[in-house]
Design a protein around this ligand. Structure first.
Ligand SMILES: Cc1cc2nc3c(=O)[nH]c(=O)nc-3n(C[C@H](O)[C@H](O)[C@H](O)COP(=O)(O)OP(=O)(O)OC[C@H]3O[C@@H](n4cnc5c(N)ncnc54)[C@H](O)[C@@H]3O)c2cc1C
Length: 281
């Protein structure tokens, strides 16, 4: 049950969406941008997060881009996770995003909603954190801006009030050159929030990078951990153990699992991933 009334807007252009946001604010009301609505509506039902108007971004053509253009893979924020999987433009993204929720829910969740989620997991972010060329296209009052994910991401994608995510891009050659593995470990069921999800990319220079969701209250990658994982002269188990001990913050200790259990699962999973990537050479 939705417990409070709110206005629904369905702009067809970026400018219209920004204008509606401004207008609602000027009226002293609280607008929110709306992707699939799964999180917004769940929070509303739980009386968590008051809003007076939702601005549905999915009908703006720029949020629906999905393809390769001038060497870049482009993913609109309004794409549903099932659409990403069906097209499979970037298999690393598919492998990671296709483990979020169940198929029916993935048919509602949008890429933008997952990347901008207020929940800690944001699993679709993991492959993007591992590519140097990941760029976010942002709608701002001054026009559409391209910003590198590295500049924008600090525990979350930091946008100013009123701005929204239009799409993300990654260089096609960089994406293609990565060998990857993406493993989601859950407490018990196949479909659940992650105990830890580990996405690992082996780049064409042989270096290895990993990104984690579920270990902390936000997804992250760590240059120290990546450096240890890339010491390919050393045994996978040794690297995985040292990487797990070198995480930039302690593992969460919550209902999904204790800190010690997360550490154990992470070390075990990293060991297997390293072996798999090296056996595949
Ligand atoms: C049953 C279920 C299981 C789930 N399991 C997982 C899981 O295993 N892993 C995981 O990572 N997540 C999981 N989630 C969380 C889910 O990924 C997020 O709640 C969801 O991604 C939100 O997507 P949405 O399109 O419905 O977003 P919405 O509910 O529409 O929006 C979510 C947030 O993002 C903002 N937003 C949306 N689009 C944009 C945009 N383009 N620009 C700026 N801000 C925007 C909204 O204002 C809101 O704050 C699960 C959710 C459900 C319901």
């Amino acid at each position: 049950m939705i417990i409070h009334p709110f206005a629904y807007f369905r702009p067809d252009t970026i400018e219209e969406a920004l204008g509606i946001y401004d207008q609602v604010m000027r009226e002293g009301k609280q607008p929110v941008y709306y992707g699939g609505g799964s999180e917004i509506l769940t929070r509303s039902r739980l009386n968590d997060g008051r809003f007076d108007a939702v601005i549905d971004l999915k009908h703006i053509p720029e949020t629906r881009v999905h393809g390769q253009d001038r060497g870049k893979l482009r993913f609109g924020a309004g794409l549903r996770l099932t659409e990403l999987a069906d097209r499979d433009l970037w298999p690393f993204m598919t492998a990671t995003a296709d483990r979020i929720a169940d198929h029916t829910t993935r048919g509602h969740i949008t890429l933008g909603g997952n990347l901008m989620s207020t929940l800690p997991y944001k699993e679709a972010l993991l492959p993007l954190l591992l590519a140097d060329s990941s760029t976010a296209i942002i709608a701002t009052k001054g026009g559409v801006e391209n910003r590198t994910l590295k500049d924008l991401y600090d525990h979350q994608i930091n946008l100013k009030p009123g701005e929204f995510l239009v799409s993300v891009t990654v260089d096609g050659n960089e994406a293609k050159a990565m060998a990857f593995r993406s493993y989601k470990m859950t407490r018990q069921d196949w479909i659940d929030y992650p105990l830890v999800t580990i996405a690992v990319a082996k780049r064409d220079d042989g270096s290895i990078r990993a990104a984690f969701s579920g270990w902390a209250s936000y997804p992250f990658t760590s240059s120290r951990v990546n450096q240890i994982l890339s010491e390919t002269g050393k045994a996978p188990q040794d690297r995985a153990a040292r990487a797990t001990r070198s995480m930039p913050q302690a593992a969460l200790d919550d209902i999904r699992g204790s800190r010690e259990y997360r550490e154990f699962v992470t070390e075990y999973t990293l060991t297997n991933i390293l072996k798999e990537l090296e056996d595949a050479q």
